[in-house]
Design a protein around this ligand. Structure first.
Ligand code: SF4
Length: 422
């Protein structure tokens, strides 16, 4: 399906914001990933035309791209232009593609950023888009903000509050205040069509995995009667580990740096047990898209039903929804999706049980295909291990059978590529 026509940027009000525009020479020096305004990420097509954040979370992903020292949010392009880039993106489909706002390099509820967050939401809504929209924050949400969110008629918004009970201000300076807790209470009390989710992350051994801290987080979700809890670990990479260690924080996992988030099996089990022991009625999810999908009563748009060991904690009604929706694409459908997205027609792929294996497509293209097909799309060189749930493999091991299957799959993908070359 083609994207809707680009609209006139100047029709989008951006409120009273006085955010500076980043000078061209500074933009030219940005890491290429930071400079990308629209990116495909696992939880949705992500709009990030404002970068910079003063919240100073020690584990911030901006460490990886050399942007952590930029404390003042700056615009890369005007908001109208950014929205045009979003709806004109090859992966954007009205009413279908999940969207995320400002989840890479700033907080969407910072005072200077907030008018832009609402400007984007209002414009998508004005155009009648019913896409799911994720807003991840740990900052202030007021009753007025909730009234503005509730006034939207089409876009389906989820507010995810990052809160994990971390009390160490060296790790998370905002932990000194009750800001996030107050926002959760306000959002929960003034919501109807807006869904409110506690984003329990990062969970890190020694930081916040003791029984009292875990029970405290679960109490917050329970007392507010939130729509869902989603838990995950943290990115253990050299850059943020070095920052935290220099601040005197004990960082686990040694020098075993990984591209995926860390959440070893025993920590997963501990979280699930704490949730069960709490007796809360707020459902718990391992994947962000699962929490969003449940909150809006739709099947998971990442097709995690194809990884059944993820679903043991999911409510029965949601499992039925995902099961009814889940189906492997045919080879023709997969090729059609590649063509629709303008991806190489000779991309090797192998349709397996619950997922499609590919090679050398790149993470962003795999996510776009995944959202389009509501099916797991994997890279053969980044193996998924049973029960690791797509996380870093520390604490998990590939079985002999998994090794055997992967090497067979590599051979078949190579055959496929050779065949397509002919
Ligand atoms: S049934 Fe499985 S895939 Fe669907 S939302 Fe629940 S955990 Fe996710």
């Amino acid at each position: 399906m083609t994207a809707e026509p680009v609209f006139v940027a100047s029709t989008i009000p951006t409120g009273p914001s006085t955010l500076p525009v980043m000078p061209d020479d500074q933009q030219a020096g940005l890491d290429p990933y930071m400079a990308q305004i629209v990116t495909n990420r696992k939880s949705g097509l992500s709009l990030n035309h404002i970068i910079g954040c003063p919240l100073d979370c020690g584990y911030c992903v901006r460490h990886f791209w050399g942007n952590f020292e930029q404390k003042t949010p700056q615009l890369l392009v005007p908001t109208g232009e950014a929205v045009a880039m979003l709806v004109g993106h090859e992966a954007f489909r009205p009413h279908a593609t999940p969207i995320q706002l400002f989840n890479k390099a700033t907080d969407p509820m910072l005072p200077g950023v907030k008018p832009h967050t609402f400007a984007v939401l209002n414009e998508l809504d004005r155009r009648g888009m019913t896409n799911l929209v994720l807003i991840i924050t740990r900052f202030h949400i007021t009753e007025q903000d909730m009234a503005a969110l509730e006034a939207l008629q089409h876009v389906r918004v989820s507010l995810l509050f990052t809160y994990s009970g971390i009390a160490d201000a060296r790790v998370e300076p905002i932990a000194k205040s009750r800001t996030t807790l107050k926002s959760i209470e306000t959002a929960a009390a003034h919501r109807d069509r807006t869904k409110v989710i506690l984003y329990w992350r990062p969970i890190v051994p020694g930081w916040n995995d003791d029984p009292a801290t875990m029970a405290g987080v679960l109490d917050v979700a329970d007392a507010a009667g939130l729509d869902a809890l989603v838990f995950t670990g943290y990115y253990h990479k050299q850059e943020n580990a070095a920052f935290l260690r220099a601040a005197g924080v004990e960082v686990p996992y040694g020098e075993d740096y990984q591209r995926r988030k860390m959440l070893p099996a025993e920590l997963d089990a501990k979280v699930v047990q704490a949730w069960r022991d709490s007796g809360t009625a707020v459902p718990l999810f391992r994947k962000t898209s699962c929490g969003i999908a449940y909150a809006h009563q739709v099947p998971d748009y990442n097709g995690h039903w194809g990884v059944p060991e993820l679903c043991d904690i999911c409510p029965a009604a949601q499992r039925r929804r995902c099961a009814a929706d889940h189906r492997s694409p045919t080879e023709d459908e997969f090729r059609q999706a590649l063509a629709d997205l303008d991806y190489a027609a000779d991309t090797p792929f192998l349709i397996e049980d619950g997922h499609v294996l590919t090679h050398a497509l790149g993470e962003q293209r795999r996510y776009a295909l995944q959202h389009r097909l509501r099916h797991q799309i994997w890279e053969v060189d980044h193996p998924h291990v049973h029960a690791a749930h797509g996380r870093a493999l520390q604490g998990y091991e590939l079985s002999r059978e998994e090794h055997r299957r992967l090497s067979q799959a590599r051979e078949r993908l190579a055959e496929h590529a050779r065949f397509d070359d002919d």
